[in-house]
Design a protein around this ligand. Structure first.
Ligand SMILES: Cc1cc2nc3c(=O)[nH]c(=O)nc-3n(C[C@H](O)[C@H](O)[C@H](O)COP(=O)(O)O)c2cc1C
Length: 202
């Protein structure tokens, strides 16, 4: 075993320092950033909302399931708890301002669809009273909540995927082509990075 103060030799001959320092536990969240940020829509009765979410995960392939993690303080938490439905809308760089706004405004005091210039369109599978998709987002994943599990100060909503849709130019022979548009990744605070569109094969 080599010790943490050592260097390792990279393939190109460059020496890469392996020196490690311990970091405060309160930094744990940002140790796994940047994180893709999506716009999650929800609806209960006449209340329709959008929230920016960075804490998402794929939970299962069969059945297909996605998870989103929300604080109980969010209005979206209330709407999704009651309706048991949500849609993950993947934004592109052109609506980064709206991504930030949806992460600052609360649906309790503002009708985000009207105020920040995003267009609601009906869901494919979640029904007439389901949450809308966001027309400006190129990709949508519609989910029905199967379980809501509290962990500490957050809730994991585990949703089974009931429909996927995307802009036609992103689908080739029925397969979704990721990597064709710039997606915001949250770095923390007010900062974001975007994926480079250069594709590397290894
Ligand atoms: C980039 C970004 C990512 C965020 N990710 C989350 C998240 O994963 N979970 C969460 O509960 N809040 C997250 N937030 C905060 C909510 O989006 C924010 O509190 C929002 O105003 C809540 O809206 P609502 O009360 O209308 O649901 C994030 C905010 C930003 C800007």
């Amino acid at each position: 075993m080599i010790t943490s103060g050592d260097s390792i030799q990279a393939k190109n001959g460059e020496k890469k320092s392996m020196e490690k320092v311990q970091v405060d536990l309160d930094q744990n969240i940002f140790m796994v950033y940047p994180r893709q940020s999506v716009l999650v829509t929800s609806r209960y009765g006449d209340d329709v909302n959008i929230i920016t979410v960075a804490w998402t995960t794929i939970l299962s392939c069969k059945p297909p399931m996605h998870g989103i993690v929300l604080s109980p303080q969010r209005f979206s938490h209330e709407l999704i708890s009651k309706s048991k439905k949500f849609i993950i809308n993947v934004p592109d760089r052109s609506i980064i301002t709206q991504v930030v706004q949806c992460g600052r405004l609360s649906g309790r005091v503002s009708k985000k669809f009207d105020e920040i210039n995003l267009t609601p369109i009906p869901p494919v599978a979640l029904g007439e009273y389901g949450p809308p998709r966001i027309a400006e987002c190129p990709v949508h994943v519609e989910c029905e909540v199967k379980q809501a599990i509290d962990f500490g100060d957050q809730t994991l909503f585990a949703g089974e995927v009931v429909a996927c849709s995307a802009n036609a130019n992103l689908i080739k022979n029925g397969l979704y082509q990721p990597g064709l548009f710039e997606i915001p990744y949250h770095l923390g605070g007010h900062q974001f990075v975007f994926n480079s569109l250069k594709i590397h094969s290894f």
